[in-house]
Design a protein around this ligand. Structure first.
Ligand code: AMP
Ligand code: MG
Length: 415
């Protein structure tokens, strides 16, 4: 049931003073971090290691033994006493990975050793096989050896009981390797945050329908669902809300059951853009409702009934870009992640580029395979999804710099 809040309602108008891109991003990070701090961590669940990649760790993890568990060779060669080389050494055996040499390496002796094998007692260095010659029963090396060379000492990577991973880390494949190495077949992770997706618009029809010429299929709900899933969240798509305050308020009310509410459309200054009014009627607090970016200038961010919401402008590229540069961070932090990244590395433009100063622009572009070069992709504006599919990145144009020449550095954002 959608109960109307009886408090007097003031129709929200767009802020006179919009935020810059960095100010708006900082606002999102600060607001969400402070709520996460005061409300504590999300609920946890236990998953099998095979299911854990991409999930956010909910426990601190300690090494169950020294890593490596003993001094280990990092080369194929001979275990020796460093003080014996250069010289001619008597071959006193062989040790492979997966076994231990029982004897000691005495003065004037060498033991053949394979990468990964434990260093035999008595030896304090490994000489690479490439630097030796073998004469039956003897090994000769012309090179000298530093004590401990090519030895990976016991516990040098991690000591037993040392904390190696902390709660709040989103697990990547290197984390999975370490958890496997420490025998963690099951692991505590945070429950995925649920993001409700509420599309708005009288012209929007569901994708199974045949749209009339003046209608548009609901692509935003699907791109958002894909972005939410990629960010580690669980998308919950709700039906399209019609452009009335009543219908929108009802949809928002339902969406606020999720951990995060994402609305698409209805936040511009038009007569039928009723999202802000509907939010205001539900007692929303607005942190900003205009950002100096393109696409996505009318972006709205606030909270209502203890939940954060984003009113994402409806043009497909506006929805996609504003999710990526603002809402994704909120979702990741709500999911228990300690850190949320938005890398914007530099690349060289392959051609001249200019834009009107004043807005940070995220425009479709193609980067070279090594990421070093970037070329703008022609597009027809914020609704041009086909152009976005031809891009593999966005170029990020500086609001204070209208002119770029071919060869200039410009920031990029990976798609
Ligand atoms: P709005 O932000 O509501 O003014 O919407 C701007 C434009 O975005 C509309 O004219 C539609 O073409 C497009 N649009 C809005 N919602 C969606 C949606 N769910 N899927 C695809 N396009 C949309
Ligand atoms: Mg609309």
């Amino acid at each position: 049931m959608c109960r109307r809040i009886p408090a007097p309602v003031r129709l929200k108008i767009k802020s006179v003073i919009p935020l810059t891109f960095p100010q708006a991003r900082e606002t999102v990070l600060e607001r969400v971090r402070s709520q996460v701090r005061s409300q504590g961590q999300p609920a946890g669940e236990t998953v099998a290691l095979e299911e854990a990649a991409g999930r956010v760790l909910a426990e601190d993890v300690a090494a169950d033994r020294d890593c490596p568990p003993l001094d280990r060779s990092v080369r194929d060669g001979y275990a020796v006493r460093a003080s014996d080389v250069p010289g001619r050494l008597k071959l006193a055996g062989e040790v492979r990975a997966g076994e231990r040499h029982e004897g000691r390496v005495g003065p004037g002796e060498a033991v053949a050793i394979m990468t990964g094998a434990p260093i035999p007692a008595g030896a304090d260095a490994v000489v690479m096989i490439e630097h030796t010659t073998r004469e039956d029963g003897w090994v000769r090396t012309e090179s000298s050896a530093e004590p401990r060379q090519f030895i990976n000492p016991q516990g040098s990577e991690a000591a037993a009981r040392e904390t190696v991973l902390r709660a709040g880390k989103r697990l990547d494949y290197t984390d999975i390797a370490m958890l496997a190495a420490f025998g963690r077949a099951r692991i505590r992770v945070f429950a995925r945050p649920v993001a409700a997706i509420v599309p708005t618009g009288d012209e929007i029809v569901e994708i199974g329908e045949t749209p009339r010429e003046f209608q548009i299929r609901n692509s935003n709900a699907y791109s958002l669902a894909a972005q939410v899933a990629r960010a580690g969240g669980l998308p919950r798509r709700l039906p399209v809300a019609r452009d009335t305050v009543e219908a929108t308020r009802h949809a928002i009310h339902q969406g606020l059951e999720a951990d995060l509410l994402l609305l698409s459309g209805g936040v511009s200054a038009g007569k039928y853009d009723v999202v802000e009014q509907a939010l205001a009627e539900l007692g929303a607090e607005f942190y900003f409702d205009r950002v100096l970016i393109q696409p996505g200038q009318p972006l709205v961010f606030g909270s209502a009934q203890g939940k954060f919401f984003f009113g994402l402008p409806g043009n497909p590229s506006s929805t996609m870009v504003t999710f990526e540069v603002f809402a994704r961070a909120a979702l990741e932090l709500l999911g228990g992640q300690e850190e949320t990244l938005l890398p914007m590395p530099w690349a060289r433009l392959t051609r001249d580029f200019h834009h009107r100063a004043g807005l940070t622009r995220f425009l479709p572009a193609r980067i070279s395979a090594d990421g070093g070069e970037v070329t703008p992709v022609p597009w027809q504006g914020s609704g041009d999804v086909p152009a976005l599919t031809r891009a593999n990145a966005y170029l990020v144009a500086d609001p204070e710099r209208p002119e770029y020449a071919a060869g200039d550095w410009i920031r990029i954002l990976l798609k």
